[in-house]
Design a protein around this ligand. Sequence first.
Ligand code: ZN
Ligand code: ZN
Length: 243
Amino acid sequence: MLKLAFKMAEQLIAPHLCPACDAEVADRGLCSNCWIDLKLISSQACGQCGLPFDIPMIDVLNGHVCGQCLMDPPDFDHAVSALVYADPTRRMILALKHGDRQDIAPVLARIMAPKTIPLIEAADFILPLPLHRSRFFKRRFNQSAELTRQILALHGGGRMMDTRILIRKKATPPQGKKSKAQRISAMRGAFQVPTDQRHRVKGKHILIIDDVLTTGASLSSAARCLKLADAREISVSTVARVC
Ligand SMILES: [Zn+2]
Ligand SMILES: [Zn+2]
């Protein structure tokens, strides 16, 4: 009874809000309307970049890889995304990134979990896509690190993220409306495996967690950097991807 009274009092003081539309909800999480509007990506997707396939036969024909990956593959080996980057997902990610709504990270981490857990189990190291120091000071947190922390708290079995093996040495301006070629060029040399970490990376499977895969240029650049340090395999998991 006392617990229930406390819960009711807490709700009266600060009602829970849907992270996507600010409607009042009974518990932490999305409202039913926003749940219905989420565009989930099924397992019918490119094994390398996570692009959803419309035609089920295509993965039989070309071995689970989309045409883009056949022509110009990214430097990571596998990518999974839980959702298509469209509203209400877009609103939640923007609120997490720029709206000081860190309470959204656990909601997104729960949605990412089913596709991410097998990668966590297979990986030797799990890390967020690093943010440059200047961006970190401006924003005060790395949204990818928040997602990584939350997903490991829920499903990591005591494992911790490792932020030492990859650092961001170049501050890149927001990639907003840039083309894929411009993004690739902007990301060149953006990451570094510190010299004293290279022996740890060698031969290892590394999982990078990020919020959105747009063209994949940042994640591919991070993967290339780790591969140059002799990492064996790079997997990527993002909340959402642009399709
Ligand atoms: Zn909502
Ligand atoms: Zn692909």
